[in-house]
Write a protein that binds this ligand. Structure first.
Ligand code: NDP
Ligand code: 8X3
Length: 255
């Protein structure tokens, strides 16, 4: 590992789990590359966190391969030695049935959750391998990778991709000292549902009503734990659910 504070590169650091990871890793003394599309939020984060940690922010839409290449190529010297990548940027769009879904929504989920994640990963792999034993890729999966539900269609499928990609990636880079983790949360209170419901805050708020969902900080603490373990320890998949969330028995359709 680089002798100065290790560097974590976080996608989707402007909200929810990514934002909580930024705070959690900064408090733990990491240097951070924080990315997302909303520049004003990156500016606010920089102002808040640079008092406690070295921070570099870059506007980044992970679904734009040129932008990913440029951001990685332009990393300042201090932030070149990326030790941990948190592939967090992601979204769900819509919860209606597949037969009434917008194809554009499906394409955006695939472009962000799959294409974006693999693009960022591919560009950073040489740096992660160079960082040496203990470097880590943490991919934000989901319980939706394993739990089919009505309206889950493409979103759940993108998270199943994330899980299998994580395992296959580990086969290749594990021997180079790079650990890979599929960090799979259940219901977590963030802007996730607001985005999924396209800004309808009444639906988003009612989703969390009367429940005690995970907080983004709960997941950020797990990410920090995963990245801070001794180099020979690789948590391959870490599923975390709030106690209020239950699995459903398979539904039987009857006449
Ligand atoms: P939020 O909506 O609160 O945060 C999503 C983050 O992703 C934002 O910072 C957003 O930033 C960023 N983002 C979205 N699209 C892009 C893009 N094209 N390029 C770059 N950044 C992008 O949701 P969560 O924090 O809850 O979600 C984080 C991850 O956790 C996602 O991968 C999600 O699938 C996963 N997850 C969430 C669960 C939940 O219940 N909340 C449960 C299981 C998994 P900006 O708009 O500024 O680009
Ligand atoms: C989001 C979790 O259960 O809302 O990844 O699909 S769920």
């Amino acid at each position: 590992m680089h002798e100065a504070a290790p560097v974590a590169f976080i996608t989707g650091a402007t909200s929810g789990i990514g934002l909580a990871c930024a705070h959690c890793f900064a408090q733990a003394g990491w240097a951070l590359v924080l990315t997302g599309r909303r520049q004003e939020r990156l500016d606010a984060l920089q102002a808040t966190l640079e008092k406690s940690a070295p921070i570099y922010t870059a506007q980044l839409d992970v679904s734009d391969p040129h932008s990913v290449a440029n951001v990685v190529a332009d990393l300042p010297e201090r932030f070149q030695h990326v030790h941990t990548l948190i592939n967090n940027a992601g979204l769900a769009l819509g919860k209606g049935p597949a037969q009434s879904a917008e194809l554009e929504d499906w394409y955006r989920m695939i472009d962000t959750n799959i294409k974006g994640l693999v693009t960022v990963t591919r560009h950073l792999l040489p740096k992660l391998i160079a960082a040496g034993p203990g470097s880590t890729v943490i991919n934000l999966g989901s319980i939706a990778a394993h739990t089919p539900y009505p309206g889950g269609h493409v979103y759940g499928a993108t998270k199943a991709f994330v899980e299998q990609f994580s395992y296959n990636l580990r086969c290749d880079v594990g021997p180079q000292g790079v650990r890979v983790t599929d960090l799979a949360p259940g219901m977590t209170a963030s802007e996730f549902t607001l985005v999924r419901m396209k800004g309808d805050s009444s639906i988003a708020n009612s989703y969390y009503e009367g429940a005690q969902p995970l907080q983004p900080e709960d997941i950020a603490e797990q990410a920090l734990h995963v990245a801070s373990l001794p180099p020979h320890v690789n948590i391959t998949r870490l599923e975390v659910m709030p106690l209020c969330q239950q699995w459903s028995a398979p539904t039987i359709l009857r006449d």
